[in-house]
Design a protein around this ligand. Structure first.
Ligand code: NAD
Length: 225
């Protein structure tokens, strides 16, 4: 199952998983195209439990879950309202917590959870304290799930993309992106959504059977924490 599966990074992840022959559930505010796709607000505990229960029935349980739902906005501290702080934190971090809480009891041994963090969770983000805090929080969530669920044979990892060409990045202050700098990316370009697919699939696959609690940075070398 993929949350945020209608988004710019979610769509190619869903397509690649379906391409391997898997049945893939999708939860998103915007109902995505394709089978097993439900409209669901991942910040709503009852809605998440109901949607995951319905998909669990349809799919016979879950082998993998990718938490890619998230939103971003830019506000300097003085203009960052508590409501906006919570809105951004809830979509990414609370949403991943609620998703994991609903999915794990329906997950097979050998299951794998991947959360979409961000390089900004490591570097911080001027005008984005809420976003960076949510993305750093996801790393703590993944590591904690790795510790707690390891004995059940369930792995949990984070993928931390740098700037990926997408509406999330397109919507950002251009000066902010420039400051983060295409020039400062050793591989010399922004990422493409497809660049995130392989790392996610790797962490979900048996090739990563001994990898848990890890963060895989996908940023062209821009940040090497
Ligand atoms: N695009 C980037 O450069 C980049 C970089 C680092 C991390 N990320 C992270 O990767 C993930 C995907 O980003 P993207 O570029 O695909 O963004 P996107 O905006 O294209 O997709 C995010 C999706 O999440 C969904 N969503 C938001 N709030 C939701 C909610 N409450 N319930 C259900 N669905 C909700 C949206 O409808 C959207 O389809 C996000 O968590 C983002 O923070 C993106």
């Amino acid at each position: 199952m993929v949350t945020g599966g209608a988004g710019d990074l979610g769509r190619p992840i869903v397509a690649a998983l379906r391409g391997t022959g898997l049945a893939v559930g999708v939860l998103d505010l915007e109902p995505a195209d394709g089978p097993h796709s439900l409209a669901c607000d991942v910040t709503d505990p009852d809605a998440v439990e109901a949607a995951v229960a319905a998909l669990g029935e349809e799919l016979g349980g879950f082998g993998s879950v990718v938490c890619a739902a998230g939103i971003q906005s830019e506000h300097e501290l003085a203009d960052l309202s508590p409501a906006e702080f919570h809105r951004v934190l809830d979509a990414s971090l609370t949403g991943a917590f609620l998703t994991a809480k609903a999915v794990v009891p329906r997950m097979v041994s050998g299951g794998s959870i991947v959360v979409l963090s961000s390089g900004l969770g490591f570097r911080g983000m001027a005008r984005g304290a809420h976003y960076a805090a949510a993305k750093a929080g996801l790393v703590g969530l993944a590591k904690s799930l790795a510790l707690e669920l390891g004995p059940l044979g369930i792995r949990a990892n984070a993928v931390a993309p740098g700037p990926i060409r997408s509406r999330m990045v397109d919507g950002m202050d251009p000066a902010g992106i420039a400051a983060r700098g295409g020039d400062a990316i050793p591989l010399g370009r922004l990422g493409e959504p497809e660049d995130v697919v392989g790392p996610v699939l790797f962490l979900l696959s048996s090739a990563a059977a001994f990898v848990t609690g890890a963060v895989l940075h996908v940023n062209g070398g821009m940040l090497m924490p």
